[in-house]
Design a protein around this ligand. Structure first.
Ligand code: AMP
Length: 218
């Protein structure tokens, strides 16, 4: 990842991996640790749907069916969110070759993390995921349970299961990942900024590996 000091707020990082690999959780930690804005396209889109904005109405059906929202819509969101930012951690974007190309035209990335997880494990994890209805924080009944059942540790909000974490939609999302997003690993390998992370361990173990990659000292 070059010689750049990554412990600065000018670091541009993206985090790849299949749905359920823990991208959001790890991105949240890195964002806190490095003081970077955490930009998660899935969170942004869910919020647009919840607020019934024009964009939300366009995106709703794709989210419900586990399909990708069209590139032009997502690229426009990311362009707007990245404007004026020196550093960031992008989570859930890019997911297609076209998105990766658009991002490359926009910024020079410092690091691409790819969290790897077997299909069996990610299905198990996604089925146990719960999200706070108020602040959006992610929990996992198996790996990162809330202190009080059904309530968010941070804000006390109600925890719910994302509709796209139902078995049929999980299957669809995984297929979409394999076909459209997995090839991006090769795209970034060719640019020598990719670091592979084993996502099978506990959240803290994965975090240690992520931090090593970020600090480039393993
Ligand atoms: P996530 O929270 O990252 O799992 O994203 C949830 C859903 O939002 C996905 O299944 C897609 O429907 C949509 N989405 C999020 N990010 C993107 C993206 N970069 N491109 C297209 N659709 C996206």
């Amino acid at each position: 990842m070059g010689q750049k000091d990554v412990n600065s707020n000018a670091c541009k990082i993206i985090i790849l991996g299949p749905p359920g690999a823990g991208k959001g959780t790890q991105a949240e930690f890195i964002a806190q640790r490095l003081g970077l804005p955490h930009i998660a396209t899935g969170d942004i889109l869910r919020d647009e749907v919840k607020r019934k904005t024009k964009l939300g109405q366009k995106a709703k059906e794709y989210l419900e069916r586990g399909l990708l929202v069209p590139d032009d819509l997502v690229i426009a969101i990311v362009k707007e969110r990245l404007a004026g930012k020196d550093g960031f951690i992008l989570d859930g974007f890019p997911r297609t070759r076209e998105q990766a190309q658009a991002l490359e035209d926009l910024v020079n990335l410092d690091l691409v993390l790819n969290i790897k997880l077997s299909a069996a494990e990610l299905i198990r994890r996604l089925s146990a995921r719960r999200v706070c209805a108020d602040c959006g924080r992610n929990y996992n009944l198996l790996l990162r349970p809330p202190k009080q059942e059904g309530r968010c540790d941070l804000c006390g909000g109600r925890l719910f299961q994302r509709p796209d974490d139902q078995p049929e939609v999980i299957k669809q999302r995984y297929e979409v990942y394999e076909q459209q997003s997995a090839p991006l690993v090769q795209f970034y390998k060719e640019r020598s900024i990719l670091r592979e992370i084993d996502g099978e361990g506990a959240v803290e173990e994965v975090l240690q590996d992520v931090l090593k990659a970020v600090n480039n000292n393993d």
